[in-house]
Design a protein around this ligand. Structure first.
Ligand code: ATR
Length: 288
């Protein structure tokens, strides 16, 4: 009779609230299709409990997990080691243990790049000018991603100008802070337009952007994936522009964490995409 020496690895996604997270669907799909032992659980952790939760994760059999709102910055502070990308962003979304050391990475940058590479191959070679809407945590990751791959001038458009200025100051590259009123003039120069705001998300106000001036060569991205087809993406497709939704980023950002916790690099397959799309469509049916 063989005795199990180590229990199957457990991983988590923590947030507050957390019930809408689609990460369990993704990771449990990979565990099942790769035939691996282990689990991935959704756990609601209030901000005051974050430090205790992370300090006891090893005792509870966790090898790591994902971190979502509002814990990305606090978890960053609690890490004993972080990747260079996480250091640059000041936020983590992926945690793992190296011995007793809590380590953190931010895979949103790589997730956005992998998604664009898959859906708009060669995009960076033609990206001289990017227009980024928003200046929150997601915008920081997107700006970092664009600059990692291209020498684009980035026009950063945000409701709160001060937040955009703060973000721009953190990067050595050319980032021009603009107001929404300037958007129509900016769009005619855009090779890449990315919405990183929550506008257009189910339950949020609409994103009212007239993309008539966007050049035919431009790629239009929306990191919102609920609904799957935002008004921005719909308008872009209607004009025949390349349109990239937020679901690819969600799927690709999950890959490095899974590999660290469970030891196999998973694939973002058409089957996985269809599974998550069906879940988003079921959740949004009748609500939009
Ligand atoms: P995330 O981490 O997802 O980026 P966030 O840090 O809260 O979330 O950022 C949300 C972004 O959406 C911000 O750029 C925010 O603009 P402000 O910096 O002015 O708050 C933008 N946003 C949210 N609601 C908005 C609205 N009603 N109008 C314009 N911008 C909005």
């Amino acid at each position: 009779m063989t005795r199990r020496l180590t229990p199957p690895p457990r991983a988590f996604v923590i947030g507050w609230p957390i019930k809408h997270s689609r990460s369990p669907l993704i990771h449990n799909y990979w565990l099942k299709t790769l035939g691996l032992e282990g689990s991935y659980e959704r756990i609601e952790v209030p901000p005051d409990d974050l430090a205790t939760f992370l300090a006891s994760m090893r005792d509870n059999g966790f090898v790591g997990g994902n971190v979502t709102l509002p814990h990305k910055e606090s978890a960053f502070e609690l890490c004993g080691r972080r990747t260079a990308t996480a250091e640059e962003l000041g936020a983590v979304n992926t945690l793992w243990l190296d011995g007793a050391t809590l380590c953190g990475d931010n895979t949103d940058v790589g997730g956005f790049l992998a998604s664009l590479d898959a859906e708009a191959p060669g995009w960076a070679q033609h990206c001289a000018t990017a227009v980024v809407l928003g200046a929150g945590g997601a915008a920081r990751a997107i700006v970092q991603a664009i600059l990692q791959r291209s020498k684009s001038t980035i026009f950063l458009v945000n409701r709160t100008r001060e937040k955009a200025l703060d973000l721009a100051r953190q990067f050595a590259a050319e980032i021009v802070v603009c107001d929404w009123t300037e958007l129509s003039n900016l769009l005619e120069k855009a090779d890449l337009l990315v919405n990183t705001t929550s506008l257009g998300m189910a339950g949020q106000p609409a994103l009212s952007v007239d993309i008539a001036a966007v050049p035919a060569r431009a790629i239009v991205c929306d990191i919102v994936y609920v609904p799957l087809e935002t008004e921005l993406l719909h308008a872009a497709r209607h004009r025949g522009l390349k349109a990239v939704g937020g679901l690819g980023m969600l799927l690709h950002q999950a890959v490095p964490g899974f590999e660290r916790w469970f030891g196999r690099r998973p694939q973002v397959t058409a089957e996985l995409r269809a599974l998550v799309e069906a879940d988003v469509m079921a959740a949004t049916a009748g609500k939009i």
